[in-house]
Write a protein that binds this ligand. Structure first.
Ligand code: ADE
Length: 331
C-alpha cells in the first residue's frame, strides 16, 4: 500500500524542505513522545488546497543548549539525506529558523504509536494484567513467564477488530530489517534501534523512527561519560559498551534485542540485571535465554546478532532473508 510519505512528500517539499510556521498546526494537547531534549506533538500541515494532513512535529524543549540545537539540525540533515523508504519514518519538512515554534522537524504520522506500547497492550489483553506485572516480585525473569505460554495461541486479539497472529510478529521483524537494510546501505548508523523507536501505521505497517537522532550524541565519547542514564545500555553491542564503537554491526546487535522484544510482546530485556553490570555479564558470555514462546530458529537468529565479534554477525540483508525463510516455512 501507498504510505503517506510516498504519497504526499513531493507536493509539499518545494523549497528545500523548509515549511512556514503558518503551514503548521500544532495540537498542543497531544504529546506523542518526549525525549531527553525534544518533544513530539501531533499536528497538521495545511496543503495548498486547504486540506490538512496529520503529521508528527518534533520540537526542542524551551531551554535547549547550542549543542542540542546543533544535534537537532544534524538530525534534520540526516533525514533529508536518507529520503523516503516504506519502513522508515520519513521527513516531511522542517523549519530550521528560530521562530516561535522553530526549529522543528515534521515527519509522517504513524497512527498506532510505538510498536512497543502496541505489543504490550496485546500482552495485557492476553494476560489480563498490566505489562509491568511481569517484573514485579520476581527475582528472576525466567521464572515469571508462565503466562507467556498462552501466547502460542494462533490469534492475538486486541479490542474488537485487531487481530495479530504469530506471522504478524515475523512480518514486523521483516519490515524492520528492510528499513535497516536500506539505512545501512546509506552508511547511516542508527545507534538507538529499540522497539520503542519502531512506530506502527495502519495495516500493520511498521517503520523505524529516530534514525537521525542519536548519531552524534553517541559518537561523542564525552557524552557517554557525562550523560547518565541516556544510553540504551541493554540494546548496546559489546563493542559499543566497551569502546563506544557504533557501526551497522552494532545496530545488528540491537536488532537481536528488538527480535526478543517482539517475541515477548514487549518484554523488558535483562529485567533482573542492572545496567552497570551489563558489560561484565556480556563479556562473561551470558546472553538472554530463549523466550518460552519463541521458536528455536528465531532464537538462533538472535544469538547470531549477539556474537562477540561484530564481523561474525549477520548483515541486515542476511537477516531479512532469514526472517523471510521463517515466514515461508510457517505457512
Ligand atoms: N511518536 C513519536 N513519533 C511519532 C510519529 N511520527 N507518529 C506517531 N507517534 C509518534
Amino acid at each position: 500500500p501507498n504510505t503517506p510519505s510516498e504519497y504526499y512528500i513531493p507536493e509539499i517539499i518545494n523549497d528545500e524542505w523548509q515549511l512556514k510556521s503558518n503551514q503548521i498546526i500544532v495540537d498542543g494537547d497531544e504529546i506523542l513522545g518526549e525525549g531527553a531534549f525534544g518533544v513530539v506533538h501531533k499536528g497538521y500541515i495545511r496543503m495548498v488546497d486547504e486540506t490538512e494532513i496529520e503529521v508528527a512535529i518534533k520540537m526542542l524543549k524551551g531551554n535547549s543548549s547550542v549543542e542540542e540545537i546543533k544535534q537537532f539540525e544534524h538530525e534534520i540533515e540526516i533525514m533529508k539525506s536518507v529520503g523516503s523508504h516504506p519502513h522508515l519514518v520519513s521527513l516531511i519538512g522542517c523549519c530550521t529558523k528560530m521562530g516561535h515554534l522553530g526549529p522543528f522537524l515534521v515527519v509522517e504520522y504513524c497512527a498506532k504509536g510505538s510498536l512497543l506500547s502496541y505489543l504490550r497492550a496485546v500482552w495485557e489483553q492476553l494476560a489480563g494484567q498490566p505489562s509491568e506485572s511481569r517484573y514485579i516480585n520476581t527475582p528472576c525473569f525466567a521464572e515469571n513467564n508462565h503466562t507467556e505460554n498462552n501466547f502460542s495461541n494462533k490469534l492475538y486479539l486486541l479490542g474488537d477488530d485487531i487481530i495479530l497472529d504469530p506471522q504478524d510478529l515475523l512480518s514486523f521483524a521483516r519490515q524492520i530489517a528492510l528499513g535497516m537494510e536500506y539505512l545501512s546501505g546509506l552508511r547511516v548508523v542508527h545507534r538507538d534501534l529499540a522497539l520503542r523507536n519502531v512506530l506502527m501505521c495502519e495495516n500493520k505497517i511498521v517503520k523505524v523512527a529516530d534514525f537521525g537522532l542519536s548519531r552524534d550524541v553517541y559518537q561523542d565519547n564525552v557524552y557517554l561519560k557525562t550523560g547518565t542514564g541516556k544510553l540504551p545500555i541493554k540494546w548496546m553491542a559489546l563493542e559499543s559498551l566497551s569502546h563506544q564503537q557504533y557501526t551497522t554491526q552494532s545496530d545488528v546487535w540491537s536488532y537481536g534485542v528488538v527480535l526478543w522484544e517482539i517475541v515477548t510482546l514487549g518484554g523488558n530485556p535483562y529485567a533482573t540485571i542492572s545496567p552497570r553490570d551489563m558489560l561484565s555479564i556480556l563479556r562473561s558470555g551470558y546472553r538472554m535465554e530463549c523466550p518460552k514462546n519463541c521458536s528455536l530458529e528465531l532464537y538462533a537468529i538472535m544469538r547470531q546478532c549477539w556474537r562477540d565479534s561484530a564481523k561474525e554477525r549477520p548483515t541486515f540483508h542476511d537477516l531479512k532473508l532469514m526472517i523471510e525463510e521463517l515466514l515461508e516455512s510457517d505457512n
